[in-house]
Write a protein that binds this ligand. Structure first.
Ligand code: SF4
Ligand code: SF4
Length: 333
């Protein structure tokens, strides 16, 4: 049960100052060079105005593009291994949308599936989320079709909903309470504020889609839908729930590093075997994998979806693949 407060706009300065004084980095949407992205900020005035979403997702706070897992040095007759320590700065994600905030659950399912990933978990422990509910949307948004909503509290430690003069602040978790306790003067008694968010109509029958996928694996729909796809991987890199990674080593004669890097199942090399055989040799097979992973395999293995309906993939696609439309088509008989 949330504790509700009124957070005046002017009190955000107090909250940001208190978080900084507590040693926390604040990442928030900023407008720089024509792009809205998460960047470190010092004060509320640095936060982008009137943004819909960032282009890249918030997952990078817990699952960076590149992470060093270990280093090694090579001597004439020996190799010395040095474990890397997670670079987990105390961080507050401010202003992420409810869809993205809920996306961390899908990452957690994979990074704590068969073994606990200490890098991911260290970053998540150091992370707190102050989400901001949505008062507008675009045609790519479909959170309500996948169990979310523009005012959903899932994944946020504090959820702010814009109201006249400030925000309705729902303090949701122990992490949220700890942040609010740093600046108690910023949080005023709730005078009975109404939580008003944008209406996002349900676009397709998701349970029906998941059922339908069971007998559509060999369907020609995947070829038709993927004809435009160039396999660039942009959809995966912007996605808050895509979790594919590669492990690579960069080294010279003296030593090197083992790195974990983002990858995408949409790329033709992703499943290429050393023998030359590729079990997903066509783009249609790779597109099908993307849909099945998120809407069939995730529900089977983790009892959740691997998509939060943020629409980032649709906005980023250079050839206008529209996930919401393709899912609606696949859900039909
Ligand atoms: S962004 Fe578009 S073109 Fe690129 S891999 Fe994804 S669906 Fe294909
Ligand atoms: S698949 Fe697309 S809509 Fe779904 S979570 Fe990823 S980026 Fe968002």
């Amino acid at each position: 049960m949330a504790d509700n407060f009124f957070l005046p706009q002017a009190s955000l300065d107090t909250l940001f100052a208190a978080l900084a004084k507590d040693g926390r980095r604040i990442l928030a949407p900023t407008d720089r060079d024509g792009r809205t992205e998460l960047n470190p900020v010092d004060k509320p005035a640095d936060v982008a105005k009137d943004y819909l979403q960032t282009i890249l997702s918030a997952k990078e706070a817990a699952f960076p593009k590149v992470e060093r897992l270990m280093s090694f040095t090579t001597g004439s007759k020996s190799v010395d291994l040095v474990d890397a320590e997670p670079h987990a700065l105390p961080t507050v994600l401010f202003g992420v949308r409810p869809c993205e905030a809920s996306g961390f659950r899908a990452l957690d399912a994979v990074f704590n599936w068969d073994t606990r990933d200490r890098f991911f978990n260290a970053r998540m422990e150091a992370l707190a989320v102050i989400g901001v509910a949505c008062t507008r949307k675009d045609d790519a948004c479909f959170c309500t079709s996948v169990g979310g909503g523009p005012g959903s509290t899932a994944g946020s430690d504090i959820l702010l909903t814009p109201v006249d003069g400030g925000f309705l602040a729902e303090v949701l978790t122990e992490k949220g309470k700890a942040m609010a306790a740093l600046a108690p003067e910023a949080f005023k008694a709730d005078p009975g504020l109404e939580k008003k968010v944008v209406d996002v109509p349900v676009a397709f029958d998701q349970p029906g889609l998941t059922r339908r996928l069971k007998d559509r694996f060999e369907d020609g729909i995947w070829v038709e839908q993927s004809l435009r796809c160039v396999g660039c991987g942009a959809c995966a890199y912007v996605c808050p729930t895509c979790v594919c990674f590669d492990i690579v080593e960069e080294s010279d004669a003296k030593g090197g590093h083992r790195l974990r890097t983002w990858d995408s199942c949409g790329g033709h090399m992703f499943t290429l075997h050393a023998s030359g055989h590729n079990p997903r040799e066509t783009q249609a097979q790779r597109w099908r994998q993307r849909v099945y992973h998120k809407f069939s395999y995730y529900p089977e293995r983790y009892d959740m979806l691997g998509c939060v309906g943020c629409g980032k993939c649709t906005r980023a696609c250079p050839v206008d693949m529209n996930l919401q439309e393709h899912l609606a088509e696949a859900a039909q008989a």
